[in-house]
Design a protein around this ligand. Structure first.
Ligand code: PLP
Length: 355
């Protein structure tokens, strides 16, 4: 249990856009009347009474799915907002907290590209503070670049594309001293050896955790991402989200996966084993200069000539990602851990690559 002092500088209502504070949310038929009872005759939403099992609008608050997620993550359902992928969750955060043309956010490159794209879409200034030579946040620089219009700091841990965790004491300093929201994107947390920052939610009112079922739960196609944070912040996100943002098929599918944790754990274990196999195999290749340690389901490697190696792999039918254009990532490729079979094919091909 953490006993850090609760920070007093974070005032939620002052962070929220005035228009969102005032907003009267859309009230759907299912908002006005919902019940667990299947016995009722529902003639309120202009649904077609015939046909498939998905003729009804989905639960706008995804109650069953939240209960399952809350159990898996050890939090309360009221602390969860589910989105159409975490990309929607991130967009909702911009739209609740960032006044276009006025607010700014801080990102720490090299990192996930969506923070900057979403900022652009929402006409919000991005201030970037590059990670240091160990891909760790420069705390003082971040605190110095923030001003009264800074609303969100995005931390990605484990970070994409570098694969490392953000140093815990630096993150803690940021949570204590940064005046806006600290969003920790934990898309890859299940591949890591550490616990989620969700355990600190009671201590830090400005903390928002973002997670997804896309990676460790193998559901990228279903588009299910979520925020875990205070019920107060969840309330504002709920206010602006599209009423039926997570479709019924995805809710059903996600529930099935969460209710079968043994098989998800088995997949996870295999990927972690395969990650070390690939690390060992990559480290001995003559054209690989460095394999960055990874707590995620991918490896960032530095090679002699990333463009050339990328093309050679492509010619052999293997698609990786060239990340060389990102700061601190010159001559790097990002390789996702595949099935054991795919990884062995990759290793075979890498060992046969021409000079
Ligand atoms: C893959 C990934 C996500 C997942 O996004 P979804 O929209 O939930 O599929 C989020 N953040 C990071 C850093 C990622 O790499």
């Amino acid at each position: 249990m953490s006993t850090a002092p609760v920070k007093t500088t974070f005032e939620l209502e002052k962070m929220v856009r005035p228009s969102v504070l005032k907003l009267q949310p859309y009230s759907s038929a299912r908002d006005e009347f919902s019940t667990g009872s299947e016995e009722m005759i529902f003639l309120d939403a202009n649904e077609n009474p015939f046909g498939t099992p998905i003729n009804r609008y989905p639960d706008p608050y995804q109650k069953k799915l939240k209960e399952a997620l809350a159990t898996v993550r050890g939090v309360d359902p009221e602390q969860i907002l589910i989105g159409n992928g975490s990309d929607e969750v991130l967009d909702l955060l911009f739209r609740v907290f960032c006044e276009p043309g006025e607010a700014n956010v801080i990102t720490l490159p090299p990192t996930y590209g969506m923070y900057e794209v979403l900022a652009g879409i929402n006409n919000v200034e991005v201030r970037s503070v590059a990670l240091d030579e160990n891909f760790q946040p420069r705390v003082d620089d971040i605190l110095n670049i923030a001003d009264e219009n800074t609303r969100i700091l995005f931390l990605c841990s484990p970070n994409n594309p570098t694969g490392n965790l953000m140093n815990a004491s630096r993150v803690k300093r940021l949570l204590e001293q940064f005046r806006g929201l600290v969003v920790i994107d934990e898309a890859y947390i299940d591949f890591a050896q550490v616990k989620s920052w969700a355990k600190e939610l009671d201590v830090f009112p400005n903390l928002v955790i973002v997670q997804t079922l896309s990676k460790a739960f193998a559901l990228a196609g279903a588009r299910v991402g979520y925020a875990i944070t205070s019920p107060g912040i969840i309330g504002f996100l709920n206010k602006i989200k599209p009423p039926y943002n997570v479709n019924q098929l995805s809710q059903d599918h996600a529930l099935e996966v969460l209710n079968n944790p043994a098989s998800a754990r088995a997949l996870l274990k295999s990927l972690v084993v395969e990650r070390s196999y690939l690390t060992q195999q990559l480290e001995v290749l003559p054209f690989v200069k460095k394999v960055f340690p990874s707590e995620a389901n991918f490896l960032l490697i530095r090679v002699d000539d990333a463009g050339k190696r990328y093309t050679q792999l492509l010619e052999k039918g293997i698609v990786v990602r060239n990340r060389s254009s990102l700061p601190g990532c010159n001559q790097t490729l990002r390789i996702t851990v595949g099935t054991p079979e795919e990884n062995r094919q990759l290793v075979t091909i890498l060992n046969q690559l021409p000079e």
